[in-house]
Design a protein around this ligand. Structure first.
Ligand code: ADP
Length: 411
């Protein structure tokens, strides 16, 4: 800290006053000199107190503070600056930035200082400094030191370390970007939901249209085959019920989690699914093997949704086996208890299987290998199974078929 007066000067002044006191004979002059001495002493004391206060504040400040003469030579460097800029007072005082720091940095600091001295106002800039704490970003403020008669005598600088602030800002910006991405993906979810409704409903609707078409043709025939027509109308009724179930299932997916759960006999659900897809299985010449474990406890959940999952798995198996011509087309549906607290439902087929590298991604929305596929079936299935506290996974050697396994907890 620059010292305008020193203890040495003060002591000398006081010695001189004592000498003068001794020289002057009259007590009046001696008294006046003693009075001046006391006033100087009081002034000096308060000056020392102020200096101590200022020094304590400057030395303990979290900001790095320095002062330079007009020519750029340091006359003061506080402790924080020593650390921040890796420069000791012994080395720094009396030197310029060009003697202490790399030229590009010195140039930037000098131009900041000169700007403040020319304008007589505060000049500030964001700077990077290398010091004991590594690379830090600081907000450097240069304030001109102006004497009482208005002359610019130098510069005082205060640099605040804003590295953490900038890091927090960056983290905040990233968090905002993440939130925006999440919002966008929610919008994508809405799109996915809309597409999934269309995807699920299209299948029974197509069947209804086909049956209606067939009915029209039968109506034109004589004699009228009432039995055939009744079968067709029954099929239409079945597909209407299926459509309703799909809507129920989708609706309940988005209902609150505390909706009542009902006990479900998983074997019966599996049989219902095979029953409703019997026509398709037959048309595709698929042999179905069903091995259902007896005495399974019920699963608690939503009947329509679980039926939807098994239907999707069987339907995917049927589609996969469309290309299977070199061996029998076989579908195997099994149920088994697992460790007393879960049930495993497995759907296996003898289709082309799934490339093991793709096994992880097929459950993602919009992943499909089918020309007209939506890639939503498995994504929805997994969501339903997760909502039931279970797991849905797939395995395959990529050649001789695929196995989808559904593990559902029981209570
Ligand atoms: P989509 O049926 O509309 O393609 P899914 O989500 O149901 O959508 O299936 C995603 C993809 O997983 C399918 O396109 C197919 O490549 C693959 N896949 C699903 N089930 C099987 C299966 N049993 N055998 C072979 N590949 C399958």
């Amino acid at each position: 800290m620059p010292q305008p007066e020193s203890d040495g000067d003060y002591a000398e002044l006081m010695r001189e006053i004592s000498a003068l006191e001794a020289e002057f004979a009259t007590s009046e002059v001696r008294n006046r000199l003693a009075d001046v001495g006391r006033r100087i002493e009081t002034l000096y004391e308060s000056l020392r107190e102020n200096r101590l206060l200022l020094e304590t504040v400057l030395e303990n400040s979290a900001a790095s503070i320095y002062a330079k003469r007009k020519d750029g030579r340091y006359i003061y460097i506080n402790r924080e600056m020593e650390i921040l800029c890796n420069v000791t007072r012994e080395r720094g005082l009396g030197r310029t930035d060009f003697e202490l720091f790399p030229t590009d940095i010195a140039q930037q600091w000098r131009s900041n200082d000169v700007k403040a001295m020319l304008t007589g106002t505060l000049s500030q800039s964001e700077e990077t400094v290398q010091g004991a704490r590594g690379e830090r970003t600081v907000l450097a403020k240069s304030v001109p030191l102006i004497s009482r008669n208005g002359d610019i005598e130098g510069i005082c600088g205060i640099s605040t370390d804003i590295t953490d602030l900038r890091r927090t800002e960056l983290a905040l910006r990233e968090a905002v970007a993440k939130l925006e991405r999440e919002r966008d993906s929610k919008l994508l979810n809405i799109e996915a939901i809309t597409a999934s409704i269309a995807h699920e409903v299209r299948q029974p609707l197509t069947a209804i249209a086909t049956y209606a078409n067939a009915a029209q043709q039968f109506l034109g025939r004589t004699p009228l085959d009432v039995d055939e027509l009744r079968t067709i109308v029954d099929q239409i009724g079945n597909d209407c019920r299926r459509t309703n179930e799909i809507f129920d299932g989708i609706r309940s997916l988005f209902r609150r989690a505390d909706q009542p759960r009902v006990p479900i006999e998983i074997n019966q659900t599996a049989l219902d699914v095979l029953q409703s897809l019997a026509g398709e299985l037959r048309d595709h010449r698929i042999a179905t093997h069903t091995v259902l474990a007896a005495g399974l406890p019920p699963v608690y959940g939503h009947q329509g949704q679980l039926r939807q999952v098994i239907t999707n798995l069987v339907h995917n198996a049927i589609e996969a086996m469309e290309t299977t011509t070199d061996r029998g087309r076989e579908l195997r549906l099994t149920t088994n208890p697992q460790g007393g607290n879960a049930i495993v439902v497995a759907v296996e087929d003898s289709g082309p299987g799934i490339d093991p590298a793709q096994l992880g991604s097929i459950f993602e929305a919009f992943v499909t290998t089918k020309a007209k596929g939506m890639g939503l079936g498995l994504a929805i299935c997994r969501m339903i199974v997760h909502r039931h506290g279970g797991q849905l996974s797939a395995s395959s050697d990529g050649k001789s078929g695929a196995r989808f396994q559904l593990v559902l907890p029981v209570e």
